[in-house]
Design a protein around this ligand. Structure first.
Ligand code: AMP
Length: 428
């Protein structure tokens, strides 16, 4: 048997209502905040990510799906969206059309990580990027938006962690101070952390190694070394979050190891999904656009993982979706009428109803069973004595009430079904 690749997942018809629901909530909230959708290709030149994410990050050094295509160009399946959005922004000179561009996306991403619950190799993110403003209100917006989406999905067990990485100058100073602090402990650090001392020292805080964490317990923290401008920016972000009634805590150890991050970084955490608990992460990246060849443009964004959110929703039983039941099932008593039944189904479909019928030559009883299995709201019965008299029978499956119509009165049948569906919607 040929199976799907490890770490990838089929999204089967039974799962689709949940995905659609999340996507519709994302569209609704992005519209409320006036973010416009952007779609970029699934693959890009590798150099976009090595430069845009940074050589020393886990994503670039260990996790990218990179290959040479037939013309020997190095291609990478996108592991995240920010670099692609920034590339498109620069390539199409979007800053010329308006000074602040607010984008959102929903897209698959690819990272060769060790698969586990909540960690896949193809997964899906929705997210946003705002390019063109330094306003701390936008940093706050990048937390308010996903928080609102997660609330609308019924999630309760949420917490928000924020931190500031300041501007590069104060960060560089701090890195020296941290290096100094770690010097006497170097031999006791884990192998990974030893490497990070020289490549990406801030990421040491992400280490899961207990010994590393013990050493870091007394380490100086970046936030204690921030310059005034960074502190003021951070204060304003916190104020905006307070006004939006977002509960948050400052976590001075939250580093998101990208070199181009400046000022705010954050994560939205769920207490309902086990070890892979970050549903969403993001931050400000005022240096990235320039790094990728554009003019100096501040930016800020977030990305949230849909599979992890679904896991949290399942564990909190927060998504109660109306099942997508069928409007009408056509039951065909007389096998000779199957072409007629098909044409009738097309008429109803063109009139906006969801319709199904028997394609398997089943008995009337089996067809009725199928209508029930599909939760059909109405059944139209063709054939038998009524049909011989020029009539067809419509049954409301909710009330079991039956009404006969002349068979050339299909418009009236449509009207009857629609008015009943409207009445039911009004009631529910
Ligand atoms: P990141 O781009 O690493 O900050 O990730 C942002 C969000 O994407 C995370 O909080 C997760 O919800 C999700 N995510 C990241 N990596 C994976 C993965 N391998 N599998 C599933 N979801 C992921």
């Amino acid at each position: 048997m040929i199976k799907a690749i490890t770490g990838t997942k089929d999204i089967l018809p039974a799962d689709i209502p949940q995905w659609r629901h999340i996507e519709s909530v994302v569209l609704k909230v992005m519209n409320e905040f006036n973010y416009k959708e952007i779609r970029t290709p699934v693959f890009e030149q590798t150099i976009l990510f090595t430069r845009g994410i940074g050589e020393s990050t886990d994503i670039v050094s260990k996790e990218m799906y990179t290959f040479l295509d037939r013309s020997q160009t190095s291609i990478t399946l996108k592991p995240e969206m920010t670099a692609s959005v920034v590339r498109a922004f620069i390539e199409h000179s979007l800053e010329k059309k308006q000074s602040l561009n607010k984008f959102f996306y929903i897209s698959p991403m690819f990272r060769q990580e060790r698969p586990q619950a909540g960690r896949l190799r193809q997964f899906h993110q929705f997210g946003a990027e705002a390019l063109g403003s330094k306003s701390p209100i936008l940093d706050a917006e990048m937390i308010i938006i996903p928080f609102r989406i997660l609330k609308l999905l019924g999630l309760k067990n949420l917490s928000v962690k924020i931190n500031s990485l300041g501007v590069p100058q104060s960060r560089e100073n701090y890195k020296k101070i941290l290096k100094e602090y770690l010097k006497p402990h170097l031999n006791k650090l884990s192998e990974d952390s030893k490497k990070r001392v020289n490549t990406n020292i801030l990421r040491i805080f992400d280490s899961k190694d207990q010994k590393d964490q013990e050493i870091l317990n007394n380490a100086p923290l970046l936030i204690e070394y921030l310059d005034d401008e960074s502190l003021e920016h951070f204060e304003k972000v916190k104020q905006a979050l307070l006004s939006a009634k977002i509960p948050f805590e400052v976590d001075a150890r939250l580093v998101r190891g990208l070199d181009y991050y400046t000022h705010t970084t954050f994560e939205v955490i769920s207490g309902s999904v086990g070890s892979q608990s970050a549903l969403c992460g993001g931050g400000r990246y005022d240096l990235l656009v320039k790094e990728l060849g554009g003019s100096e443009t501040p930016g800020v964004g977030f990305a949230a993982g849909i599979e992890r959110i679904l896991l949290a929703c399942a564990n909190e039983k927060s998504l109660r979706l109306n099942d997508e039941s069928l409007d009408l099932f056509i039951v065909n008593i007389d096998k000779n009428l199957s072409d007629y039944a098909f044409n009738v189904s097309l008429f109803f479909r063109e009139n906006g109803l969801s319709v199904d019928l028997d394609y398997l030559n089943r008995s009337v009883k089996a067809q009725m069973r199928e209508a029930n299995r599909q939760n059909a709201k109405f059944v139209l019965i063709l054939g038998g004595e009524e049909f011989a008299k020029g009539e067809i029978l419509l049954k409301d499956m909710n009330t079991s009430q039956q009404v006969t119509f002349l068979k050339d009165e299909l418009e009236k049948v449509v009207q009857k079904i629609k008015s009943q569906l409207d009445a039911n919607n009004l009631r529910s």
